[in-house]
Design a protein around this ligand. Sequence first.
Ligand code: BES
Ligand code: ZN
Ligand code: ZN
Length: 495
Amino acid sequence: MEMIVKKEDVKTIKSDVLIYATTEEELKKVDTRFEKILINIVGSGDFTGEFNKVHMLYPKDMITSGRILLLGLGKQDELNLERIRRAFATAVQSLASINIKNIAVYYSKLKNNKMHESDIVTCALEGILLGNYRFSKYVTELRERIKIDLQKITIIEEEQSQVRLLQEVADKVKIICENVNFTRNLVNESGNITHPQMLEETAKKFAKEYGFKFKVLHEKELKELGMNLLLAVGKGSIYSSRLIILEFDNNKSSNEHVVLIGKGITFDTGGLNLKPSVGIVDMRSDMAGAATVLGMLKTASELKIKKNIAVLIPTCENMIGPNAYKPGDIIKSYSGKTVEVVDTDAEGRLILADAITYAVKHLKPTVVLDFATLTGSIMRTFGGFVTGLFSNNDSLAGKIFNAGENTYERVWRMPVYDEYKELMKSDVSDLKNISKEEYAGAITGAAFLEAFVDKIKWAHFDIGGSAWFDKQRFYVPKGGTGIGIRLFVELIKTL
Ligand code: BES
Ligand code: ZN
Ligand code: ZN
């Protein structure tokens, strides 16, 4: 797909449709370039610029664009970047039934607002590229019709002096959004396709393509090292557990080392503590953390970010069967700490614990960030609108919070007080994987992880609610959301 920013007359631009975005105030002033076309519509009251409203025009006197899609941005003083994302998503979604390949985008004088123009372009394009996503691979009949086959987006810029800068911005947004959609695809993929072997092959393919260092530890190596938690969770599956390791060292002169860990449970039945029918169906998304960190590394490479980044993906299937691990099993972790498995459904923290220990022992991390669909508890807390954040470092948590606000991939920090750590102590071993207390599931999950981080700067993202939506919300589709990639791009600059 091509993305172009240029100075051109809106009347002569060549496109299948011109998205003309306007606030209520701007519409009332009637833009002279569109005087004839717009005066009538303003007079009719059919389109007032109300937020998120669209109206298609087929003007006679347009020279090259056959259609103008008026897009309402609402009241000037209520306009913000998130509203721009949402409105442009609505615009592109309203075009889904028409065969459109080529769109032009025009918005007048939004710059007068408090927003930077580079942010306006970013968010308009995010709305289009993220809002046009559908996981349509298996929808035989609808495949062609449920989204538009975008081949070209042209952004019309009025000032020649801005064009170069905005083109750079647009190129960056394209990379980021394609990776968000890559992550969504991987999460949405059918659970019989996405298994630990497949994640390994996917990672290996990227390593080759992008020049990442690649290593995978299989059963034999995991046994030798003593990564028994990771091994235990995978025992009920025909696919053995593995730890995938990717390294992208793009700043050899720096000692900084960011380690990203993603939970890679390719299916979570709950194990012998089997999940009920209602909750189990979406559990192919339990590898969303893994998909997210893969998407992050790909993005970092494509944007040529000057950082040293490693990705760790502990992956297995949490299945039942004669060989499955059992409630009550006591297992020695890679760190040496022993863990009582009270509930086989609290498996994510087990595999993450061994991966965190691997990072501590082998990768000299200056910061560890883990992404995991760790708990249903966080979903009940935030309802998917916010990611649960846990950290042992105030400055890091502050940076993550800001990156979340700037991208609207919002996070909210929760405390890991000593009382919660106490709850994770066991009578028969050093730790247990769930507390007997019914409440505070997300925090006690984080408290368990923290026992393995040592003194390293660490943050845990519980994406249990935010990685997967049961219904579409604006530019975020039903299913895998791809949350985290945009936040990461903001965050990594500050690490
Ligand atoms: N993968 C689930 C968490 C989850 C549930 C994410 C629903 C997204 C939607 C995790 O492995 C799990 O089962 N957690 C349990 C822990 C409990 C047994 C302490 C949970 O949160 O219910
Ligand atoms: Zn589980
Ligand atoms: Zn799980």
